[in-house]
Design a protein around this ligand. Sequence first.
Ligand SMILES: Nc1ncnc2c1ncn2[C@@H]1O[C@H](COP(=O)(O)OP(=O)(O)O)[C@@H](O)[C@H]1O
Ligand SMILES: [Mg+2]
Length: 314
Amino acid sequence: MQNGTAIQLLGLQKRYGVLTAVQSLDFSVQRGEIFSLLGPNGAGKSTTIAMLSCLLSPTGGDARLMGHSIQSDPRAVKSMIGVVPQEIAMYEDLSGRQNLLFWGRMVGLRGDRLKRRIDETLDLVELTDRQHDCAGHYSGGMQRRLNIAIALLHEPQIVILDEPTVGIDPQSRRKILDGVKELNRRGVTILYTTHYMEEAQELSHRIAILDHGRLIAQGTHAELVKMVGGQSRIRLTLSRKPAGLLAMWRTLPGVHSVSEENGAASLLVKDSTLVLPTLFESAARANVQVNAMELQEPDLEAVFLHLTGKALRD
Ligand SMILES: Nc1ncnc2c1ncn2[C@@H]1O[C@H](COP(=O)(O)OP(=O)(O)O)[C@@H](O)[C@H]1O
Ligand SMILES: [Mg+2]
C-alpha cells in the first residue's frame, strides 16, 4: 500500500430539514486501500458519496481527497475521482463503445489516448466482445459494468462505487468484484459502499459500519469481528410470528440481542450450547415450531446485531 491519506472526512454532515442523513462523519481512507462503507438502506451511504463527489453540498464539515477540499476545490477533487453512482446513467440507443467515446470526450480525452483508454476499460469490465451492441439491450449487470468503465476513462486515482452489485446477475457481480480488486492491484484507491456484508468482507482492507448516518464502528474485518467476542449468532426459522416469545428470549441470561426478519429470529448469544435447549423448550411451550436452525461464526452481521440490536439485512 502506498503511504498517505487518500480521503479524509472532517465532521462531514448533511441535514435535510429535521432529518440528519449524515451525522458528522470522521474517518479516512489510506492510499491504495479498498475501504467499504457498510450499512443498511437509508444509512446515509449515497448521501456521503454524493458529498465526496461534489454533487451535493454538505451542511457541515468538510472532506479532503488527495488533499483537496470538496468545499473550496471541487474541480481538483472531481479530476481525481471516478464515481459509479447507484443509478445507471448512459445513452441506451448508443453502443457501449459509442457511450465510452461520448463520455471520454466529455472528460477531455481525444485521439489515441481515448481509444487506448476505451480498450483498456472495456477489457477490465469484460465487455470487449459486446462493445458494438446497443447499450439499451445490455442486461442490468452489463449496463452497470459499462457505467464502471465510463467512470474509469480518465484514469482516476480514487474510484468510488455506490452499491454496484445491487439487483444484478451473479456473473456480473463476480466480474465487478474481480474488476475492483484488479483496479486496486494497479494502485487505485477504492471507496465501496454496500449493504452486503459478504462483499465488504471479501473486498476490503478496512470497513466502516454506518447506521442512521452515524459511524458505529470501523476497522479490519478481524478487528470488527473481535468486538462481538466469543459470541455466536443463531438464526431460527419459526413457524409463525411468536407474540411475546422474542421478548422473553431477550431476557434470558447469555442472550445479548434478538432481532426478527421475515419470520426468522436472529440471536447473538454467549454460548449457544447453553442457550439452545431453553430456546427450543420455550418455543414448544408457545406452540411455535422451529423449522430451521443455522449457527454462524461471528461475522459482520453479528457485529451489526451486537452494536444496534437489529439485523443488517432489510
Ligand atoms: N433529497 C433528500 N431529501 C430528504 N431526505 C433524503 C434525501 N436524500 C436522502 N434522504 C434521506 O437520507 C437518509 C440517507 O439516505 P441515503 O444516503 O440514500 O442512504 P443509503 O444510500 O445508505 O441507502 C435516508 O433516510 C433518506 O430517506
Ligand atoms: Mg444508497
